[in-house]
Design a protein around this ligand. Structure first.
Ligand SMILES: *Cc1c(COP(=O)(O)O)cnc(C)c1O
Length: 395
């Protein structure tokens, strides 16, 4: 069962992406399978932040906003790089705020644009912040009611009453991935808008927003994009819908010409109309280093390796564990989840042995399998340890 250690070593030797690991500073002796919660440190991020602090801030002072590094352009410029990873045009993506705040802005905008439709539809058990923000957005747009449906019922629940559907493309617990093209096709049929949360997708699986006819998306900078703790998030608004959408938080950075200091708000022509206040430059410097790693990599090869790591891990853990994640590579993300009544103990046992995964109450353990810096040898070792710890904790 599973690949042998020799096979794993051979696959590492033959892996064309192997060199990408050197782009990261990882502690020795640690097998890091939690990049789905916090990506590791890209080497270039440490330098970029230091340069931004000492040179651009220290020496350039206020001039750095508009010349030299030109910080003012960073949310659009880095948004344009993320756009390439998620299948969008540069002017459809901007880096701003946190995922939670971006969810709120886009939810309210979409609900107001579809005011004749009363329903905001979400998936049961989706990420808490999405559910909380939906309740708040609904209170903001009178007449809206929040409907929470089981995953299997989402498509059939979409109808003439649906204003907006908010879905996590890859589920944070199970790792199950929605078929974006199919959901968007149903959305076109019913006239609903869909807002995708790409927090567990961007940098983890192929995403083709424009090709699927998507309208709205948000996502996280500090998970698979490796942008650092609390990295700014991004949002996507397609060219097709943006002129009809107004941000509920019209800060000056979303203005068409912030430095005109005009008395009246006029939205920027691109996705940056959903920006709000002054961008967090130090966070952006780190995020860009994380995003740049992808732009130097062949994404098809990356996502293929993610599938191979997954298969190897699942194989190595064996059939004795209850795996929640779909086996079909097209129907899952880049993490794998198992249910076990002693999941918290197993994750603690593994951490003592240098394998970092995470525990989600009440009984879930998750392991992020990130092709940028994880090798088959590590997967082989980690899977053996997971299996051994699970058997041991079974008593
Ligand atoms: C991680 C995550 C978030 C994070 O939101 P923040 O505002 O950055 O804290 C949101 N949605 C999903 C699905 C996530 O996995």
């Amino acid at each position: 069962m599973g690949m042998t250690l020799d096979e794993a070593r051979r696959r590492d030797k033959d892996d064309p992406l192997r060199g990408l690991r050197d782009a990261f500073l990882l502690p020795d002796g640690v097998i890091y399978l939690d990049g789905n919660s916090l990506g590791p440190l890209p080497r270039a991020a440490a330098d970029a932040v230091a340069r931004t602090v000492r040179q651009d801030w220290g020496q350039g002072l206020i001039g750095s906003w508009t010349s030299g590094p030109s910080w003012m352009d960073w949310p659009r410029r880095i948004g344009g790089k993320i756009a390439r990873i998620i299948g969008a045009e540069a002017d459809e993506v901007v880096v701003a705020d946190s995922t939670s705040v971006n969810l709120f802005k886009l939810m309210v905008a979409a609900l107001r644009a579809q005011a004749e439709r009363p329903e905001l539809l979400l998936e049961e058990g989706d990420f808490p912040t999405d559910l909380y923000m939906a309740e708040a957005a609904a209170r903001f747009v009178p007449g809206t009611r929040v409907v929470v449906a089981a995953r299997a019922d989402i498509l059939s629940r979409m109808g003439q009453d649906t204003a907006l559907v908010v879905l996590c493309h890859v589920h944070y617990r199970s790792g199950a991935r929605h078929d974006m093209a199919a959901v968007e096709a149903r959305a076109r049929e019913t006239g609903a808008l869909v807002l995708w949360d790409l927090s567990h997708s961007a940098g983890a699986v192929p995403v083709a927003l424009d090709a699927c006819g998507a309208s709205l998306a948000v996502g996280c900078g500090y998970k698979f994009l490796n942008g650092g703790p609390g990295a700014p998030a991004f949002l996507y608004v397609s060219r097709r819908v943006r002129d009809g959408l107004e941000t509920p938080l019209p800060g000056w950075m979303g203005h068409a010409a912030p430095f005109d200091f005009a008395a009246r708000y006029a939205p920027a022509g691109d996705a940056a109309r959903f920006a709000c206040g002054t961008p967090p430059v130090l966070g952006l410097a780190a995020l860009e280093a994380g995003v740049d790693v992808f732009l130097h990599a062949d994404c098809d090869a990356l996502f293929a390796k993610s599938g191979a790591l997954f298969a190897a891990f699942q194989d190595g853990v064996g059939a004795g564990l209850d795996c929640l994640t779909p086996t079909d590579a097209r129907a899952r993300g880049s993490h794998i989840a198992f249910r076990h009544e002693r999941a918290d103990d197993i994750i603690a046992d593994l951490a003592k042995r240098g394998v970092v995964g995470d525990f989600r109450p009440p009984d879930l353990m998750r392991f992020g399998l990130t092709p940028l810096y994880t090798g088959f040898g590590e997967i082989h070792r980690a899977a053996e340890m997971v299996r051994a710890c699970a058997i041991w904790r079974q008593g």
